[in-house]
Design a protein. Structure first.
Length: 395
C-alpha cells in the first residue's frame, strides 16, 4: 500500500499564503515609485501615467478601472462579514463599529485643525485605514497578539472601508448626469432581480457589472463605487442542492478568486502609479505644510486617540467588551496600526485635490510619514506588551 508523504509547501506558496505578503508587495511598489519619481526616470514616469489609451489616460485606467476591482473585493468582504461573519450580530460589531467611528471622526478633526479654506476638502484623507498593511504588520507578530485583536482589527478595518465608500459617494462626487444615473439604476435593479430569482452563475453579474461601471463613470459618481454596488448584489447563498455551501456560494467563489490578483497585482500597480512623490522638486515648506501636518498627524495621533479613546469609553460604559486576553497596551498598539492609511488615503487624495500636484504631493508626504510612524510604533508597542493567553510564545 502506497504511503502518503507530507509534502511541505514551497517557499513561494508560503509567501503567497502569508497574511503579510500583500502588504510587503505594496511596500515594495511604493518604494519603487518613490525611487523612480526622484530619479532621471521621473519625467517619463509622469508622462506614461498621462498617456492616453483609448478614452482614458493610463492613470485613469488604474484609478477608475483597476481600483473598481479592489472596491468590488471590499464590497464582497463587507457583505460577507455583515451577513455571515464577524459583523453579523450587534455584540460582535459593537466595539469595532464604535472604534471605527472614532477612528474616522478624530483624524478628520485633527486635519481640520491645520486646514481651512480650499485645503479643508482633504479632511477625509487621514480617516481611512489600509486593511492589507495593518493586517500585514499584525501578522508579523505571530502569536504575540491574541486572536481576538486580529478579529477586532479586521472588523474595524472593514467598517472603516464602508465608511470611506460612503464618504466618497457623498462628498467626492462631481456634477451628475441624470440619464447615466438612471441607466445605472436600471442595471442595479436587474442585478437585484437576478439575485432574487436565484441566478447563481457569476458571468451574467460580471458582464452587467461592466455595463454598470461605464454608466457610473459617465454619471459623475466615482466609477469605483460600481464595484461596491455590484458586490452587494452577488448572492451569498450557494447553488441549491450543493453540499459545499461555502465554496458553492457565488460571493465566496468571487471573493476567493479576487484575493490574489487584487493583493498582488491591482493594489501594487495602484501604489506604483500614485506613491511617487518627487521630493527633489518640492519646496522645503511642503514638509511642514498644513496639508502634510494635517494628514500625518491625523493618521498618527488622530487614529490613536479616536480608536483607543472611543473603544475604552464604549467598554467603560458597558456598550462592548474588551477583546479576550487584550490589555490597554495591546489596544493602543492596534489603534496605532489603524493609522496606516496608505491605499485608501492615496485614493481619497486624488479625489480631494484633482489637478493640484502640489497639494497631492503634500498629502502623499503626510500619508507616507504618518503611516510609517504609526506602523513602526504599533508594531513596537504590540511586541513589548505583556502576553498572557493560551499559546503565548515563551520569552
Amino acid at each position: 500500500m502506497a504511503q502518503h508523504r507530507h509534502i511541505q509547501p514551497s517557499a513561494l506558496r508560503r509567501f503567497l499564503d502569508g497574511q503579510s505578503s500583500a502588504g510587503l508587495v505594496l511596500m515594495g511598489a511604493a518604494a519603487l515609485a518613490l525611487a523612480i519619481a526622484n530619479s532621471p526616470l521621473g519625467p517619463g514616469y509622469e508622462a506614461l501615467l498621462h498617456a492616453y489609451l483609448g478614452p482614458l489616460s493610463l492613470g485613469h485606467w488604474i484609478n477608475d478601472g483597476l481600483m473598481a476591482v479592489f472596491f468590488l473585493l471590499v464590497g464582497l468582504e463587507i457583505k460577507r462579514e455583515v451577513l455571515d461573519g464577524q459583523l453579523s450580530t450587534w455584540p460582535r460589531r459593537a466595539l469595532p463599529s464604535i472604534a471605527a467611528a472614532g477612528g474616522m471622526m478624530v483624524p478628520a478633526l485633527v486635519y481640520l485643525a491645520f486646514n481651512s479654506g480650499p485645503t479643508a476638502h482633504g479632511w477625509a484623507i487621514p480617516a481611512a485605514t489600509d486593511i492589507a498593511f495593518a493586517l500585514g504588520v499584525i501578522s508579523l507578530l505571530g502569536r504575540r497578539v491574541p486572536a481576538s485583536l486580529r478579529v477586532f482589527l479586521t472588523a474595524l478595518a472593514i467598517i472603516d472601508d464602508l465608511g470611506a465608500v460612503i464618504i466618497i459617494a457623498l462628498f467626492y462626487t462631481a456634477g451628475l448626469s441624470l440619464p447615466d444615473l438612471a441607466g445605472a439604476a436600471v442595471v442595479v435593479a436587474i442585478l437585484a432581480g437576478m439575485n432574487r430569482l436565484g441566478v447563481r452563475r457569476l458571468p451574467p453579474y460580471l458582464l452587467l457589472g461592466l455595463v454598470l461601471w461605464v454608466l457610473v463613470l459617465r454619471s459623475g459618481v466615482h466609477a469605483t463605487l460600481a464595484g461596491v454596488i455590484l458586490a452587494f448584489t452577488i448572492p451569498l447563498q450557494a447553488t441549491p442542492g450543493r453540499p459545499d455551501a461555502a465554496s458553492g456560494s457565488p460571493l465566496h467563489r468571487l471573493e476567493h478568486g479576487l484575493h490574489l490578483p487584487v493583493g498582488f497585482l491591482v493594489v501594487p500597480i495602484f501604489g506604483l502609479a500614485n506613491a511617487g512623490v518627487p521630493f527633489l522638486g518640492l519646496p522645503a515648506e511642503a514638509l511642514a505644510a498644513p496639508v502634510t501636518l494635517g494628514v500625518g498627524l491625523g493618521l498618527l495621533v488622530g487614529k490613536l486617540v479616536g480608536v483607543l479613546g472611543f473603544s475604552m469609553l464604549a467598554i467603560r460604559l458597558g456598550l462592548a467588551d474588551m477583546p479576550a486576553y487584550a490589555g490597554r497596551l495591546q489596544m493602543a498598539g492596534t489603534a496605532l496600526l489603524c493609522g496606516i492609511g496608505f491605499t485608501m488615503s492615496l485614493f481619497i487624495t486624488l479625489l480631494a485635490f484633482p489637478g493640484d500636484p502640489l497639494l497631492q504631493a503634500q498629502a502623499k508626504i503626510g500619508i507616507l510619514g504618518g503611516s510609517l510612524l504609526a506602523g513602526l510604533l504599533g508594531y513596537g508597542l504590540l511586541r513589548l506588551a505583556p502576553q498572557d493567553w493560551p499559546g503565548t510564545p515563551s520569552r
